[in-house]
Structure formats: structure tokens, C-alpha cells
Design a protein around this ligand. Structure first.
Ligand code: ADP
Length: 316
């Protein structure tokens, strides 16, 4: 069997939600072209309302596209809907665990729904991998929020799909659990599973994803390897510690400034337009004496802001 080049391929994907009595027509996806390479950890990033869930719901068969084509693992969702759906596991945003099933039963039922024969089920393997082995026979209502979330990941993997989609997986999840979840996701990826992750936590995408697409208002505004995306953006920060700590970031003509801890401030500049020399000259020009300086690479927040002309607020 030849493997597809792309885990997911969307061409000219449009979704228009029809008008209702209280809302006007809404074009949530305005012609999305997106290819997700096989084997990647791919980040789908964007503010609330960008269209991420709509895109994922179309992949999962929960929402009907208006036009365009989508293939999952080389299977067109119109021509081979069942095969396409079998190729993905989706971990939804909301925890929807059945309180009356044990984790073991929950996975067995899920596997049954996908028609996985008993001999091919990996119930205990999945539970162990997600640190739920000793909870296999507990009632789901006895599990903590974090355990329930891990159970959702296990459920999405029962039919062994080559593509796993995690929709805002760490919203409201504590740091420790987040690390555990990522360790398992990275392990799955090492074993060949393509991971698609939607998030508006920029740091998360930056740390985990090898490719990132930024979506805003139903359009892809950037789609590149994470490193390229960062390198393309020539924003740099210089953090200046003045001899006399400041309580307000100084105003420097031509530069953005932000107050930092301990009386320091950051000055951002674009390498294509100015230099550290010019930043320092501007600081001195404002009558400040420099005690120390440090340079910083940009984070995705800077990248995002400069790529989207009118970004909606990011509530990360
Ligand atoms: P995201 O997941 O990036 O936050 P969504 O895909 O949920 O974005 O939403 C994209 C746009 O489509 C938003 O403006 C949202 O209000 C609208 N939308 C989402 N679902 C529906 C729906 N069922 N009916 C009408 N409009 C919707």
C-alpha cells in the first residue's frame, strides 16, 4: 500500500453558515488551501472565531462543507466518507466521558463502534500508555479532570488512526498534566501518527509543532515550518537594564517599548529596518544610561500580530 504524501489535503475549502432569525450568513472558511504533511506535528493556530473548529468538524464529518475538496489520508471525504473518517481520531475540546462506564468499558464500546475486532483491540495498552492502567475498572465519575482528558485521547486512538486531531487539548489543564499529555503525543508521533493540534496558546505551538498554519477570519495567513515562520519575521527585542530603574517604558521615536521586571524595558525593532546600534543610540538619546543589554528572539505572539492585520484578541 502506498502512503499518501499528505495526511490531510484541503483545497478551496469554503463553509458558509446560513443566516438564522437572529444571525446573518457567516462565511467561517473563505477558501482554505491547506496540506498537512504525513508524520508532522502540525499546529493550527488562530484567535477565537478564526474557523479552526469548523475546519476540524468538517474533517470529523460533523459539519458539511459548502464547497472545496478535502482528503484525509488520501481518501476524499465526499467519495469515501467512511474510509476518510476511519483515518482520524478526534479529541474534542469538551470532556464528554460517560459517567456509567469504566475506562476499560468506555474504550471497548468506542472500539466496537469503529468495528475493531476484539483480537485487535488495544484497550489495556492504551490505558497504560496514558497512565490510566490502574483506573481501568474505576467509574469514570471517580476520575479527575486530567484523567478524563487522557481517557478522551485513548478513546480517539482506539481504532488506531494514522492521524490524531487534538482540539484545544490543554485549555484549563495544569502544567504537570500538560507535560504528560505532550509526552504521549510526541511518543505517538514518533511511532508515525500525524498530529494536528489546534490552539491559541502560541508557546505550545512553538514548542511542539514542526509546522504551523495561522488562520484568521476564515483564511490561512501563514503556513510554514515553525523555524521558517520565526526566521521570516525579523522582529527582535533588546532588553535594556538602565542604571536608574524605570517605572514607565520610555518613549523612543521609531521603536516600540515595553516595561519589564526590575526597572528594565524591552525595545523591539526589525532587523531589516534598524540595528541594535540604533536602538542603543535612541535609548541614550532619551537620556538613559545603559547598565546591561540582552537580545531576545521573537515569540509567536509577535509573529501573529504582524501577520494578521486586524487580529481579534487572544485570550491565552
Ligand atoms: P474557532 O474554532 O477558530 O474559534 P469557529 O470555527 O468555531 O472558530 O467559528 C468560526 C466562525 O463561524 C465564528 O464567527 C463563529 O461564530 C461561526 N460559527 C461557528 N459555528 C457556527 C454555527 N453552527 N452556526 C453559525 N455560525 C457558526
Amino acid at each position: 500500500m502506498t502512503l499518501p504524501d499528505y495526511a490531510i489535503e484541503a483545497r478551496g475549502l469554503v463553509k458558509t453558515y446560513p443566516a438564522t432569525k437572529t444571525t446573518s450568513e457567516m462565511q467561517a472558511l473563505k477558501g482554505i488551501d491547506l496540506v498537512i504533511p504525513r508524520g508532522s506535528i502540525f499546529g493550527l493556530l488562530g484567535p477565537n472565531g478564526a474557523g479552526k473548529s469548523t475546519f476540524i468538524n468538517i474533517l470529523a464529518g460533523l459539519c458539511k462543507k459548502t464547497s472545496g475538496t478535502v482528503s484525509i489520508w488520501g481518501r476524499d471525504i465526499d467519495e469515501r466518507p467512511r474510509d476518510a473518517r476511519a483515518a482520524i481520531g478526534v479529541v474534542p475540546q469538551e470532556i464528554a466521558a460517560d459517567p456509567f462506564f469504566t475506562p476499560r468499558e468506555s474504550l471497548e464500546v468506542q472500539a466496537g463502534m469503529y468495528g475493531v475486532p476484539a483480537s485487535e483491540r488495544r484497550t489495556m495498552e492504551l490505558l497504560n500508555a496514558l497512565g490510566l492502567g490502574d483506573k481501568a475498572n474505576a467509574y469514570v465519575r471517580q476520575l479527575s479532570g486530567g484523567m478524563k482528558r487522557r481517557l478522551m485521547v485513548a478513546k480517539a486512538m482506539t481504532h488506531n488512526p494514522p492521524v490524531l486531531i487534538l482540539d484545544e487539548p490543554t485549555a484549563g489543564v495544569d502544567v504537570e498534566l500538560r507535560k504528560q499529555l505532550w509526552a504521549y503525543v510526541v511518543e505517538l508521533n514518533r511511532r508515525g501518527v500525524t498530529i494536528v493540534l489546534t490552539t491559541h496558546y502560541l508557546e505550545e505551538a512553538q514548542e511542539l509543532c514542526d509546522q504551523i498554519a495561522i488562520v484568521n477570519r476564515g483564511q490561512v495567513v501563514a503556513c510554514e515550518p515553525t523555524g521558517t515562520l520565526l526566521a521570516r519575521m525579523d522582529i527582535r527585542n533588546v532588553v535594556v537594564t538602565p542604571e536608574e530603574p524605570v517605572t514607565v517604558a520610555p518613549t523612543l521615536p521609531g521603536f516600540e517599548t515595553k516595561l519589564r521586571a526590575a526597572g528594565a524595558f524591552a525595545v523591539s525593532y526589525r532587523t531589516g529596518q534598524s540595528s541594535v546600534e540604533q536602538v542603543l543610540a535612541a535609548v541614550r538619546g532619551a537620556g538613559l544610561h545603559i547598565k546591561d543589554i540582552a537580545t531576545e528572539d521573537p515569540d509567536l505572539e509577535d509573529v501573529f500580530v504582524s501577520l494578521t492585520s486586524a487580529p481579534a484578541p487572544i485570550d491565552a
